[in-house]
Ligand binder design. Structure first.
Ligand code: PLP
Length: 429
Protein backbone atom coordinates (compact mmCIF):
# COMPACT_ATOMS: atom_id res chain seq x y z
CA UNK A 1 0.00 0.00 0.00
CA UNK A 2 1.32 3.40 -0.89
CA UNK A 3 -0.66 5.83 1.14
CA UNK A 4 0.12 9.51 0.97
CA UNK A 5 -2.64 11.61 2.51
CA UNK A 6 -5.00 8.73 1.81
CA UNK A 7 -4.29 8.83 -1.91
CA UNK A 8 -4.23 5.67 -3.95
CA UNK A 9 -1.34 5.44 -6.41
CA UNK A 10 -2.06 3.26 -9.44
CA UNK A 11 0.60 4.46 -11.85
CA UNK A 12 3.38 1.95 -11.15
CA UNK A 13 4.34 1.65 -14.84
CA UNK A 14 5.36 5.32 -14.66
CA UNK A 15 7.52 4.83 -11.60
CA UNK A 16 7.72 2.93 -8.33
CA UNK A 17 8.80 4.00 -4.85
CA UNK A 18 12.26 2.82 -3.77
CA UNK A 19 11.95 -0.37 -1.74
CA UNK A 20 13.08 0.05 1.90
CA UNK A 21 15.65 -2.73 1.52
CA UNK A 22 17.01 -1.05 -1.60
CA UNK A 23 17.24 2.31 0.13
CA UNK A 24 19.07 0.76 3.09
CA UNK A 25 21.78 -0.59 0.79
CA UNK A 26 22.07 2.72 -1.04
CA UNK A 27 22.31 5.08 1.93
CA UNK A 28 25.99 4.58 2.94
CA UNK A 29 27.08 5.54 -0.57
CA UNK A 30 25.71 9.07 -0.21
CA UNK A 31 27.86 9.89 2.80
CA UNK A 32 30.23 7.39 4.48
CA UNK A 33 31.26 5.61 1.30
CA UNK A 34 31.41 8.58 -1.01
CA UNK A 35 34.58 7.74 -2.97
CA UNK A 36 35.04 8.19 -6.70
CA UNK A 37 35.48 4.81 -8.38
CA UNK A 38 38.26 6.21 -10.55
CA UNK A 39 40.41 7.21 -7.54
CA UNK A 40 43.35 5.00 -6.70
CA UNK A 41 43.16 5.40 -2.90
CA UNK A 42 41.09 3.27 -0.56
CA UNK A 43 37.98 5.47 -0.91
CA UNK A 44 38.07 4.83 -4.63
CA UNK A 45 38.69 1.14 -4.10
CA UNK A 46 35.65 0.91 -1.88
CA UNK A 47 33.58 2.55 -4.62
CA UNK A 48 34.84 0.32 -7.43
CA UNK A 49 34.31 -2.75 -5.24
CA UNK A 50 30.66 -1.73 -4.79
CA UNK A 51 30.22 -1.34 -8.56
CA UNK A 52 31.91 -4.67 -9.20
CA UNK A 53 29.68 -6.42 -6.70
CA UNK A 54 26.55 -4.85 -8.18
CA UNK A 55 27.59 -5.80 -11.70
CA UNK A 56 28.42 -9.32 -10.57
CA UNK A 57 25.04 -9.66 -8.83
CA UNK A 58 23.09 -8.57 -11.91
CA UNK A 59 25.23 -10.71 -14.21
CA UNK A 60 24.55 -13.77 -12.07
CA UNK A 61 20.82 -13.13 -12.05
CA UNK A 62 20.76 -12.58 -15.81
CA UNK A 63 23.06 -15.56 -16.33
CA UNK A 64 25.62 -13.57 -18.24
CA UNK A 65 29.18 -12.38 -17.92
CA UNK A 66 30.28 -9.50 -15.69
CA UNK A 67 31.62 -7.61 -18.73
CA UNK A 68 28.27 -7.81 -20.47
CA UNK A 69 26.50 -5.37 -18.11
CA UNK A 70 26.84 -1.64 -18.79
CA UNK A 71 25.42 0.86 -16.30
CA UNK A 72 23.85 3.98 -17.78
CA UNK A 73 22.05 7.04 -16.46
CA UNK A 74 18.62 5.69 -17.45
CA UNK A 75 16.95 3.12 -19.65
CA UNK A 76 16.47 5.93 -22.17
CA UNK A 77 20.23 6.19 -22.39
CA UNK A 78 20.62 2.40 -22.58
CA UNK A 79 18.18 2.27 -25.51
CA UNK A 80 20.09 5.08 -27.25
CA UNK A 81 23.35 3.21 -26.74
CA UNK A 82 21.88 -0.05 -28.01
CA UNK A 83 20.49 1.57 -31.14
CA UNK A 84 22.60 4.56 -32.08
CA UNK A 85 25.79 3.33 -30.44
CA UNK A 86 25.49 -0.04 -32.09
CA UNK A 87 24.50 1.00 -35.60
CA UNK A 88 26.92 3.91 -35.83
CA UNK A 89 29.77 1.68 -34.64
CA UNK A 90 28.94 -0.94 -37.24
CA UNK A 91 28.62 1.69 -39.94
CA UNK A 92 31.96 3.31 -39.21
CA UNK A 93 33.63 -0.08 -38.94
CA UNK A 94 32.24 -1.12 -42.29
CA UNK A 95 33.22 2.14 -43.93
CA UNK A 96 36.65 1.88 -42.43
CA UNK A 97 37.10 -1.45 -44.14
CA UNK A 98 35.73 -0.02 -47.38
CA UNK A 99 34.64 -3.49 -48.36
CA UNK A 100 30.90 -3.28 -48.39
CA UNK A 101 30.59 0.27 -47.16
CA UNK A 102 29.84 1.56 -50.60
CA UNK A 103 27.18 3.95 -49.49
CA UNK A 104 24.54 1.31 -48.79
CA UNK A 105 23.20 1.88 -45.34
CA UNK A 106 21.81 -0.60 -42.84
CA UNK A 107 18.27 -1.81 -42.48
CA UNK A 108 16.71 -1.97 -39.02
CA UNK A 109 13.43 -3.54 -37.97
CA UNK A 110 11.40 -2.30 -35.03
CA UNK A 111 7.72 -1.85 -34.17
CA UNK A 112 5.24 0.99 -34.03
CA UNK A 113 4.62 0.48 -30.29
CA UNK A 114 8.14 1.10 -29.00
CA UNK A 115 8.92 3.53 -26.21
CA UNK A 116 10.02 6.99 -27.38
CA UNK A 117 13.57 6.22 -26.25
CA UNK A 118 13.74 3.65 -29.05
CA UNK A 119 11.69 5.56 -31.63
CA UNK A 120 13.67 8.80 -31.39
CA UNK A 121 17.14 7.22 -31.90
CA UNK A 122 15.66 5.31 -34.84
CA UNK A 123 14.53 8.61 -36.34
CA UNK A 124 18.08 9.92 -35.99
CA UNK A 125 19.43 6.87 -37.81
CA UNK A 126 16.87 7.44 -40.54
CA UNK A 127 18.29 10.94 -40.99
CA UNK A 128 21.73 9.35 -41.46
CA UNK A 129 20.30 7.34 -44.34
CA UNK A 130 19.57 4.02 -42.65
CA UNK A 131 16.26 2.39 -43.49
CA UNK A 132 13.84 1.48 -40.73
CA UNK A 133 10.87 -0.86 -41.02
CA UNK A 134 8.29 -0.37 -38.28
CA UNK A 135 6.28 -3.56 -37.91
CA UNK A 136 2.59 -2.93 -37.38
CA UNK A 137 0.90 -4.57 -34.43
CA UNK A 138 -2.44 -6.37 -34.56
CA UNK A 139 -5.47 -4.65 -33.03
CA UNK A 140 -4.74 -6.72 -29.91
CA UNK A 141 -1.27 -5.22 -29.67
CA UNK A 142 1.12 -7.92 -30.91
CA UNK A 143 3.74 -8.05 -33.64
CA UNK A 144 3.78 -11.09 -35.85
CA UNK A 145 6.93 -13.20 -36.05
CA UNK A 146 6.21 -14.18 -39.67
CA UNK A 147 5.76 -10.52 -40.56
CA UNK A 148 9.17 -9.86 -39.05
CA UNK A 149 10.69 -12.73 -41.00
CA UNK A 150 9.24 -11.41 -44.27
CA UNK A 151 10.84 -8.04 -43.68
CA UNK A 152 14.42 -9.23 -43.14
CA UNK A 153 16.71 -8.09 -45.96
CA UNK A 154 20.33 -8.81 -46.80
CA UNK A 155 21.42 -5.55 -45.18
CA UNK A 156 19.29 -5.95 -42.03
CA UNK A 157 21.58 -5.32 -39.09
CA UNK A 158 19.33 -4.96 -36.09
CA UNK A 159 15.89 -5.96 -34.81
CA UNK A 160 14.62 -4.03 -31.80
CA UNK A 161 11.33 -5.17 -30.27
CA UNK A 162 9.95 -4.09 -26.91
CA UNK A 163 9.42 -7.06 -24.56
CA UNK A 164 6.30 -5.74 -22.80
CA UNK A 165 4.64 -2.52 -23.79
CA UNK A 166 4.54 0.25 -21.19
CA UNK A 167 1.08 1.51 -22.15
CA UNK A 168 -0.98 -1.58 -22.86
CA UNK A 169 1.22 -4.24 -21.26
CA UNK A 170 1.09 -6.65 -24.20
CA UNK A 171 3.97 -9.12 -24.18
CA UNK A 172 5.65 -9.49 -27.55
CA UNK A 173 6.86 -12.86 -28.86
CA UNK A 174 10.50 -11.96 -28.15
CA UNK A 175 11.48 -15.52 -27.29
CA UNK A 176 10.20 -16.67 -30.70
CA UNK A 177 11.93 -13.74 -32.41
CA UNK A 178 15.23 -14.66 -30.74
CA UNK A 179 14.91 -18.23 -31.93
CA UNK A 180 13.95 -17.21 -35.44
CA UNK A 181 16.93 -14.88 -35.72
CA UNK A 182 19.25 -17.57 -34.46
CA UNK A 183 18.05 -19.89 -37.23
CA UNK A 184 18.26 -17.17 -39.86
CA UNK A 185 21.74 -16.15 -38.73
CA UNK A 186 23.06 -19.67 -39.21
CA UNK A 187 21.94 -19.56 -42.84
CA UNK A 188 23.23 -16.02 -43.32
CA UNK A 189 26.63 -17.04 -42.08
CA UNK A 190 26.75 -19.86 -44.66
CA UNK A 191 25.75 -17.34 -47.33
CA UNK A 192 28.30 -14.73 -46.31
CA UNK A 193 25.75 -12.31 -44.90
CA UNK A 194 26.22 -10.35 -41.70
CA UNK A 195 24.41 -11.24 -38.51
CA UNK A 196 21.03 -9.75 -37.64
CA UNK A 197 21.39 -8.59 -34.03
CA UNK A 198 18.51 -8.55 -31.57
CA UNK A 199 17.78 -5.88 -28.97
CA UNK A 200 14.83 -5.84 -26.62
CA UNK A 201 13.62 -3.14 -24.25
CA UNK A 202 12.78 -5.15 -21.14
CA UNK A 203 12.13 -2.18 -18.85
CA UNK A 204 8.53 -3.14 -18.05
CA UNK A 205 9.06 -6.89 -18.41
CA UNK A 206 11.84 -7.40 -15.88
CA UNK A 207 9.50 -7.33 -12.92
CA UNK A 208 7.26 -10.14 -14.11
CA UNK A 209 8.81 -12.15 -16.97
CA UNK A 210 11.76 -14.39 -17.72
CA UNK A 211 14.46 -11.99 -18.85
CA UNK A 212 17.71 -13.92 -19.08
CA UNK A 213 19.23 -12.83 -22.40
CA UNK A 214 20.54 -16.33 -23.20
CA UNK A 215 17.00 -17.65 -22.88
CA UNK A 216 15.65 -14.81 -25.00
CA UNK A 217 18.59 -15.17 -27.38
CA UNK A 218 18.97 -11.40 -27.26
CA UNK A 219 22.22 -9.63 -28.06
CA UNK A 220 21.22 -6.52 -26.14
CA UNK A 221 18.62 -5.91 -23.43
CA UNK A 222 17.64 -2.71 -21.67
CA UNK A 223 16.44 -2.38 -18.07
CA UNK A 224 15.71 0.44 -15.62
CA UNK A 225 15.92 0.97 -11.86
CA UNK A 226 12.84 3.02 -11.12
CA UNK A 227 10.32 0.61 -12.65
CA UNK A 228 11.35 -2.17 -10.25
CA UNK A 229 11.40 -0.35 -6.88
CA UNK A 230 14.94 0.88 -7.43
CA UNK A 231 16.15 4.48 -7.80
CA UNK A 232 15.49 6.84 -10.70
CA UNK A 233 18.37 7.90 -12.92
CA UNK A 234 19.91 4.47 -13.39
CA UNK A 235 19.57 2.03 -16.24
CA UNK A 236 21.42 -0.93 -17.60
CA UNK A 237 22.23 -2.51 -20.91
CA UNK A 238 23.15 -6.12 -21.37
CA UNK A 239 25.46 -6.43 -24.39
CA UNK A 240 26.40 -9.89 -25.55
CA UNK A 241 30.12 -10.27 -25.64
CA UNK A 242 30.26 -12.16 -28.87
CA UNK A 243 32.73 -12.41 -31.63
CA UNK A 244 32.15 -9.41 -33.73
CA UNK A 245 32.32 -11.14 -37.05
CA UNK A 246 31.58 -9.58 -40.38
CA UNK A 247 31.19 -11.88 -43.34
CA UNK A 248 31.64 -10.23 -46.69
CA UNK A 249 31.70 -11.44 -50.23
CA UNK A 250 34.41 -9.90 -52.37
CA UNK A 251 34.98 -10.84 -55.97
CA UNK A 252 32.83 -13.93 -55.45
CA UNK A 253 34.88 -15.09 -52.48
CA UNK A 254 33.65 -15.26 -48.91
CA UNK A 255 35.84 -13.43 -46.46
CA UNK A 256 35.41 -13.63 -42.72
CA UNK A 257 36.60 -10.59 -40.86
CA UNK A 258 37.01 -11.06 -37.17
CA UNK A 259 36.83 -7.88 -35.16
CA UNK A 260 37.09 -9.58 -31.80
CA UNK A 261 38.52 -8.04 -28.73
CA UNK A 262 37.90 -9.21 -25.21
CA UNK A 263 35.42 -6.49 -24.27
CA UNK A 264 32.16 -5.40 -25.75
CA UNK A 265 33.50 -1.96 -26.52
CA UNK A 266 34.23 -2.69 -30.16
CA UNK A 267 30.62 -3.58 -30.88
CA UNK A 268 29.26 -0.30 -29.60
CA UNK A 269 30.26 3.28 -30.01
CA UNK A 270 29.72 5.30 -26.84
CA UNK A 271 27.21 8.11 -27.09
CA UNK A 272 28.68 9.84 -24.03
CA UNK A 273 32.45 10.18 -24.10
CA UNK A 274 34.94 11.41 -21.55
CA UNK A 275 36.76 9.56 -18.80
CA UNK A 276 36.10 6.14 -20.29
CA UNK A 277 34.09 4.58 -17.45
CA UNK A 278 31.92 1.49 -18.05
CA UNK A 279 34.40 -0.22 -20.38
CA UNK A 280 34.62 3.00 -22.36
CA UNK A 281 30.94 2.85 -23.23
CA UNK A 282 29.50 5.38 -20.80
CA UNK A 283 31.76 8.07 -19.47
CA UNK A 284 30.90 9.97 -16.32
CA UNK A 285 31.63 9.36 -12.64
CA UNK A 286 29.60 6.36 -11.64
CA UNK A 287 26.52 6.90 -9.48
CA UNK A 288 27.49 4.27 -6.91
CA UNK A 289 24.37 4.56 -4.74
CA UNK A 290 22.13 4.12 -7.75
CA UNK A 291 24.17 1.23 -9.13
CA UNK A 292 24.02 -0.54 -5.75
CA UNK A 293 20.29 0.21 -5.56
CA UNK A 294 19.65 -1.14 -9.04
CA UNK A 295 21.40 -4.42 -8.24
CA UNK A 296 19.39 -4.82 -5.02
CA UNK A 297 16.15 -4.03 -6.85
CA UNK A 298 16.91 -6.62 -9.54
CA UNK A 299 17.70 -9.17 -6.82
CA UNK A 300 14.42 -8.52 -4.98
CA UNK A 301 12.45 -8.56 -8.22
CA UNK A 302 13.84 -11.92 -9.23
CA UNK A 303 13.20 -13.36 -5.79
CA UNK A 304 9.51 -12.49 -5.71
CA UNK A 305 8.53 -12.56 -9.35
CA UNK A 306 5.97 -15.36 -9.30
CA UNK A 307 4.23 -14.11 -6.16
CA UNK A 308 4.11 -10.57 -7.55
CA UNK A 309 2.74 -11.82 -10.85
CA UNK A 310 -0.11 -13.74 -9.26
CA UNK A 311 -1.03 -10.98 -6.84
CA UNK A 312 -1.06 -8.27 -9.50
CA UNK A 313 -3.03 -10.51 -11.86
CA UNK A 314 -5.78 -11.11 -9.28
CA UNK A 315 -6.01 -7.45 -8.29
CA UNK A 316 -6.05 -6.30 -11.91
CA UNK A 317 -8.93 -8.65 -12.71
CA UNK A 318 -10.78 -7.54 -9.60
CA UNK A 319 -10.42 -3.92 -10.69
CA UNK A 320 -11.65 -4.69 -14.18
CA UNK A 321 -14.66 -6.66 -12.89
CA UNK A 322 -15.57 -3.88 -10.49
CA UNK A 323 -15.54 -1.38 -13.35
CA UNK A 324 -17.28 -3.57 -15.94
CA UNK A 325 -20.07 -4.40 -13.47
CA UNK A 326 -21.18 -0.79 -13.44
CA UNK A 327 -20.08 0.28 -16.89
CA UNK A 328 -20.96 -2.03 -19.74
CA UNK A 329 -19.52 0.30 -22.36
CA UNK A 330 -15.94 0.25 -21.07
CA UNK A 331 -13.44 -1.17 -23.57
CA UNK A 332 -10.11 -2.82 -22.81
CA UNK A 333 -7.32 -1.59 -25.11
CA UNK A 334 -5.09 -4.47 -26.18
CA UNK A 335 -5.41 -8.13 -25.40
CA UNK A 336 -5.97 -9.33 -21.85
CA UNK A 337 -4.04 -12.49 -22.74
CA UNK A 338 -0.25 -12.28 -22.83
CA UNK A 339 -0.25 -9.03 -20.97
CA UNK A 340 1.63 -7.75 -17.95
CA UNK A 341 -0.44 -8.79 -14.95
CA UNK A 342 -0.55 -5.31 -13.41
CA UNK A 343 -1.68 -3.40 -16.50
CA UNK A 344 -5.14 -2.20 -17.47
CA UNK A 345 -5.67 0.21 -20.33
CA UNK A 346 -9.32 1.20 -20.55
CA UNK A 347 -11.40 3.35 -22.80
CA UNK A 348 -14.54 5.03 -21.54
CA UNK A 349 -16.42 6.12 -24.68
CA UNK A 350 -17.44 9.74 -24.46
CA UNK A 351 -15.21 10.52 -21.46
CA UNK A 352 -12.07 12.60 -22.00
CA UNK A 353 -9.06 11.08 -20.27
CA UNK A 354 -7.72 14.49 -19.30
CA UNK A 355 -10.91 15.31 -17.42
CA UNK A 356 -10.96 11.84 -15.89
CA UNK A 357 -7.34 11.93 -14.72
CA UNK A 358 -7.77 15.35 -13.10
CA UNK A 359 -11.08 14.33 -11.55
CA UNK A 360 -9.61 11.12 -10.20
CA UNK A 361 -6.59 12.88 -8.82
CA UNK A 362 -8.86 15.28 -6.94
CA UNK A 363 -10.78 12.30 -5.63
CA UNK A 364 -7.53 10.66 -4.48
CA UNK A 365 -6.66 8.18 -7.24
CA UNK A 366 -3.50 8.63 -9.33
CA UNK A 367 -3.59 7.04 -12.78
CA UNK A 368 -2.29 8.13 -16.19
CA UNK A 369 -3.22 8.53 -19.83
CA UNK A 370 -0.50 6.25 -21.11
CA UNK A 371 3.23 6.54 -21.05
CA UNK A 372 4.73 8.79 -18.40
CA UNK A 373 6.51 10.85 -21.02
CA UNK A 374 3.34 11.85 -22.81
CA UNK A 375 0.98 11.95 -19.87
CA UNK A 376 1.42 15.70 -19.53
CA UNK A 377 0.84 16.27 -23.21
CA UNK A 378 -2.53 16.29 -24.86
CA UNK A 379 -1.38 14.26 -27.85
CA UNK A 380 -2.98 10.89 -28.44
CA UNK A 381 -0.87 7.86 -27.61
CA UNK A 382 1.02 6.43 -30.61
CA UNK A 383 0.54 2.96 -29.13
CA UNK A 384 -3.25 3.26 -29.06
CA UNK A 385 -3.24 4.73 -32.56
CA UNK A 386 -1.16 1.70 -33.63
CA UNK A 387 -3.97 -0.54 -32.35
CA UNK A 388 -6.32 1.23 -34.74
CA UNK A 389 -8.01 3.62 -32.31
CA UNK A 390 -8.97 7.07 -33.57
CA UNK A 391 -7.44 10.20 -32.02
CA UNK A 392 -10.67 10.72 -30.11
CA UNK A 393 -10.77 7.13 -28.85
CA UNK A 394 -7.13 7.29 -27.78
CA UNK A 395 -7.96 10.39 -25.76
CA UNK A 396 -10.73 8.52 -23.99
CA UNK A 397 -8.25 5.98 -22.66
CA UNK A 398 -6.54 5.65 -19.30
CA UNK A 399 -3.83 3.40 -17.91
CA UNK A 400 -4.09 1.81 -14.47
CA UNK A 401 -1.03 -0.04 -13.20
CA UNK A 402 -0.91 -1.96 -9.95
CA UNK A 403 2.06 -2.15 -7.58
CA UNK A 404 3.56 -4.87 -5.43
CA UNK A 405 2.05 -3.41 -2.25
CA UNK A 406 -1.35 -2.45 -3.66
CA UNK A 407 -4.11 -3.93 -1.48
CA UNK A 408 -7.54 -5.39 -2.23
CA UNK A 409 -9.08 -2.53 -0.26
CA UNK A 410 -7.32 0.05 -2.41
CA UNK A 411 -8.55 -1.66 -5.57
CA UNK A 412 -12.10 -1.75 -4.25
CA UNK A 413 -12.01 1.88 -3.19
CA UNK A 414 -10.32 3.06 -6.41
CA UNK A 415 -12.85 1.22 -8.60
CA UNK A 416 -15.66 2.89 -6.67
CA UNK A 417 -14.08 6.31 -7.14
CA UNK A 418 -13.53 5.67 -10.86
CA UNK A 419 -17.14 4.60 -11.31
CA UNK A 420 -18.35 7.64 -9.41
CA UNK A 421 -16.08 10.02 -11.33
CA UNK A 422 -17.38 8.81 -14.66
CA UNK A 423 -20.88 9.10 -13.21
CA UNK A 424 -21.78 5.45 -13.25
CA UNK A 425 -24.38 4.61 -10.59
CA UNK A 426 -22.21 3.61 -7.71
CA UNK A 427 -21.81 0.20 -6.12
CA UNK A 428 -23.48 0.04 -2.72
CA UNK A 429 -21.00 0.53 0.06
N1 PLP B 1 11.36 1.80 -22.04
C1 PLP B 1 10.16 1.58 -21.51
C2 PLP B 1 9.34 0.45 -22.02
C3 PLP B 1 9.67 2.40 -20.49
O1 PLP B 1 8.48 2.19 -19.97
C4 PLP B 1 10.49 3.48 -20.04
C5 PLP B 1 9.98 4.43 -19.04
O2 PLP B 1 8.89 4.91 -19.10
C6 PLP B 1 11.76 3.65 -20.62
C7 PLP B 1 12.16 2.79 -21.62
C8 PLP B 1 12.66 4.75 -20.18
O3 PLP B 1 13.17 4.48 -18.88
P1 PLP B 1 13.92 5.59 -18.04
O4 PLP B 1 12.87 6.35 -17.32
O5 PLP B 1 14.80 4.79 -17.09
O6 PLP B 1 14.71 6.40 -18.97
Amino acid sequence: MFNKNNKIYLDYAATTPVDKEVLKEMLPYFSDKFGNASSVHSFGQEAIAAIDQAREKIAKLLNCDFSEIIFTGSATEANNLAIKGFVVAKDSYRNLLRLIGTGKKFHIISTNIEHESVLEPLKELEKLGHKITYLKVSKDGFVSVSDLEKNIKNNTLLVSVIYANNEIGTIQPVKEIGRLLEKINQKRQENGLGKVYFHTDAVQALQFLECRPDWLKADMMTFSGHKIYGPKGIGGLYVRNVQNVLNVVMKGKKIRIDNRTSTTSTSLQPIITGGGQEFGLRSGTENIANIVGLAKAVELTFKNREVRFKKAFNLRNKMLNNIIKYNGSVKVNGSLENRLPNNLNLRFPGVSNETLIVGLDQAGVAISAGSACSSRATIASHVLIALGLSQKEAKESIRITIGKDTTKEEIKKAAKIINKTIKIPNPKS
